[in-house]
Structure formats: C-alpha cells, structure tokens
Design a protein around this ligand. Sequence first.
Ligand SMILES: [Zn+2]
Length: 113
Amino acid sequence: MGFAVVRYLSDEPSGSAAMSIVLHLSTVLVRNGHATDLANKAAWAALDAWNHIKCPYCSGRGVMNIEQVQCPACHGTGERDKAGLPEIVREGISALMEAERWMEGQLSAKLKR
Ligand SMILES: [Zn+2]
C-alpha cells in the first residue's frame, strides 16, 4: 500500500498510478470484510476525498491569517468535514493517511542515514 502511494504522489497525476492505489485500497477494504464491488466504489470515492481533504478555506492550515484566527470552515482542523461520508469511504481515507504516514516515516528514516 505504501509503495502505491509513493508512486501516486511522485508521478504526474496519471490514470495508472491512481488505478494501482484504488486496487490496493479495495483489497484492504475487502480484507476488512466489505463486498468487492462496494469496496471498489468506496476506494475511488476515498481517493477522491483524500485528494481534496484539505480545507479549501485555509488550505489545510486551520487558521485564516497571521493573527492565527481559527478557520470557521474547519474549526482549526485544516481538514474538510468527513462526517458526511459513508463509513466505508472514511475507512479507505484512513488507510490512505496511514500509508502516507508510513511513507513519510520511510523518507525521514532515509534522511537520517
Ligand atoms: Zn479551514
């Protein structure tokens, strides 16, 4: 999963990298006990939501300006509200975020060497 995310983020936004992420993700969701076709749809939805997860008002900073006024749209979280998304899609998003954290861990481990 982590490697698919690395490819996706380092590539030009291309169909094949997105495809491989969705494949990995739906595999994860199926393993979590979801039906295959539902997992496929949710994987696409999760990837799409993850691409746009940053709050559009504060670009993910959680504050509006130099005075650090809390962003009214996301209440300082820097993320869009995921509460409206179906459970399976949120599950997919957390799998993607986990993979991203794993990737960041790999990168900083490399830098320390
Ligand atoms: Zn915001």
